[in-house]
Design a protein around this ligand. Sequence first.
Ligand SMILES: NC(=O)C1=CN([C@@H]2O[C@H](COP(=O)(O)OP(=O)(O)OC[C@H]3O[C@@H](n4cnc5c(N)ncnc54)[C@H](OP(=O)(O)O)[C@@H]3O)[C@@H](O)[C@H]2O)C=CC1
Ligand SMILES: CC(=O)C(=O)O
Ligand SMILES: [Mg+2]
Length: 415
Amino acid sequence: MSDFKQAALDYHALPTAGKIAIAITKPAETSADLSLAYSPGVAEPCREIAKNPDDVYKYTGKGNTVAVISNGTAVLGLGNLGPMASKPVMEGKALLFKRFADINSFDIEVTHKTPEEFINTVAAIADSFGGINLEDIKAPECFIIEKALNERCKIPVFHDDQHGTAIVTAAAMINALEIQNKKIEQADIVCLGAGAAAIACMELLIQCGAMREKIYMLDTKGVIHTRRDDLSEYKTRFANNTDKRTLDDVIEGADVFIGVSGPNLLSTDQLKKMADNPVVFACSNPDPEIKPELAHSVRSDLIMATGRSDYPNQVNNVLCFPFIFRGALDVRARKINNEMKIAAVHAIRELAKQDVPESVLKASNEKELSFGKGYIIPRPMDPRLCKNVALAVAKAAVDSGVAALPLPDGYMNEI
Ligand SMILES: NC(=O)C1=CN([C@@H]2O[C@H](COP(=O)(O)OP(=O)(O)OC[C@H]3O[C@@H](n4cnc5c(N)ncnc54)[C@H](OP(=O)(O)O)[C@@H]3O)[C@@H](O)[C@H]2O)C=CC1
Ligand SMILES: CC(=O)C(=O)O
Ligand SMILES: [Mg+2]
């Protein structure tokens, strides 16, 4: 067994199994404490909430709790491993919520037969939480599930693999194209993968200026084109009127490659065929579509990003989901709308242009980080992400009319 594999298994197993635990926030030592925490004292907030349901936010942890919910059908790029094998990832998301945005989080893995069963299960428990982060649910079911839950739930429901990934990809792409001196409107874009992440990433890039007809999307059967008769309604939106059929065909002269598919699917020969100064986001986890060292060995003019923490330019939804929920929860947004997503894109993107604090350099084991080919997007440990993204998102929620609360006085000033 490799040292890294053993270290990763030990990290999860020792000294206690798993990565998260519950913390008590009130004294619970004496009989007097317990008479407040439990019987008889607990009856008082129960009565208040029964009279005024909004008081649940005043007397319980609902407003700062997000459920991370999966069925394990698209666990990273590992495929349909089922609910239990997805649990380390879901605990990981809970860890990231707490570490980066001080949001309490439960991971919930659902076993079900039909999308309706999943939807009914989640809808039935949704009121316990301030928000729901759906994770690693494969396309096309993820689109149906998210839409139905957003219609049925009073709290924000956000499929991270769609929107978190899209927001971070758009932020990084705008910066990368600027550095490569390319215009997004003129970029020829290849997207390998046509699932949850791919569809959402391309839709958001189009909102940021990319031209739909200049996007070539591929699934396991090749290029998505207008003469295919096997396309879901979601893929059909990207059907290109073209004779190109394979990755080899579309990669020729492409400015951008975005991989949200699986490991080792882009060859060095294909990379060589891309236009000058290309942008390559190989975002499949844990193994990217092409390894950075391999890509850099054949091209010196590219900007390269992956989803991983052990290479520069980590294009990963961790840069978004803790912070977009922080902003949404703090103004009690009913949903996470387009305005909030666009605000997050720009808050993340702009931060990469600012000087990097010493604490981030230390945590990244870097001497220097400055905006450029090796630093197109902030590092997840950057404490300014929470402040800047949550503030932009909360403001956008208030301005777009989905917030139940105003922006708190001095919001995020103290961070
Ligand atoms: N860096 C990040 O932040 C994130 C990265 N990802 C990565 O993106 C990938 C996809 O995740 P997600 O969208 O949630 O999963 P989905 O299951 O929804 O989609 C997977 C897509 O990849 C396509 N695909 C799989 N193998 C190939 C192949 N050999 N050639 C072309 N297309 C292929 C599938 O094709 P078909 O439709 O024919 O089945 C499908 O369209 C994963 O590797 C995941 O780790 C996802 C979210 C965030
Ligand atoms: C990062 C992530 O959410 C994924 O790879 O699925
Ligand atoms: Mg995921």
